[in-house]
Design a protein around this ligand. Sequence first.
Ligand code: F6P
Length: 367
Amino acid sequence: MALKRVGILTGGGDCSGLNAVIRAVTRTAVIQYGAEVVGLEDGFDGLVFNRTMALTTGSTKDILTLGGTILGTTNKGNPFAYREFDDKGEIVVRDLSAQAMETFRSLELDCLFVVGGEGTLELGYKFQQMGMPVVGIPKTIDNDLFGTDYTFGFQTAVQVACDAMDRLHTTGRSHDRVMILEVMGRNAGWIALEAGLAGGAHIILIPEIPYNLDNVVTKIRHRIRGKSPFSIIMVAEGAREEGGERITQGTAGTRLQGVEQLGGIGFHLANQIRERIPLEVRTTVLGHIQRGGSPTAFDRVLGTRLGAAAVDAAARGDFGTMVALKTPDIVLVPLSELAGLCRTVPVDHQLLRAAEATGVNLGRGAM
Ligand code: F6P
């Protein structure tokens, strides 16, 4: 179909590479199809409340290397159950999806590019079912989406975590300490696993494998008896002990979304270990540093490929799909097959095998 006017929004938590996608969508739409590009601001809020910005080759100049998203984003803006505080500070929930559909029509858009993780793509799929032509573009540092080998933002987060590991290594070794690095990933251990492997962690704990504390402590004791007493532990924020609960900060920081904030397992684990071994233990929580800043070359290229492929898909009329990396190709996957699903690390994954084969302790089994 001839594309005249297309819209794009970025939803959910930001990550590095979003601007590379915005730039690629804009440039492809303008250069290849002569279309206009409308940026919806702050995720689906822009669609509900008709907040837009014109995107041109000029306005997207110099953003390839920029972290964050020039469109803004929000976690809270689910148009189907829009949560707001009323005058008394109580949360009220309203369905504003019809209003969003009306904005889409009034902007005379041929399609909407929805750049997001599982939650945002699920919303995109719902709008697709209401008749809005949607193409999804997978984004998240957690790398927990089905249908794609990698999401952009993940590699940058892994690199940041790996750099932190390298630094913890030198200070940990100097002081003969147990150094714990807590990283993001929510329900999936991909960041911890890849950054842990890349950073030479001695112990990697992920949500998919509840850890056995005795097993972890045995590994540290083993290292104390050897020539390098220090240990480096990579722990995913969603990790938990066998029979235990994952550690959260409650919903205070995200009251409007009502989503639990994960975090604290690093300090919890430090206390557990401290009671059992004679070394000092220190915890670093990497937090949102993993989400900010300039994307790696890999994420810039992936974002550019996905953005360009998404516009080509729209021009062919391939709606209700998500562009995805199936190495070495960019392919299309039906949104119906993946919307709202979380891809965690299979407990027999080859990366886990590589970790254990090279002596990394995963908090399970014999060492
Ligand atoms: O999904 C991306 C992610 O960074 C998770 O790894 C993390 O648990 C969560 O978002 C943090 O969200 P917020 O931006 O609300 O702190």
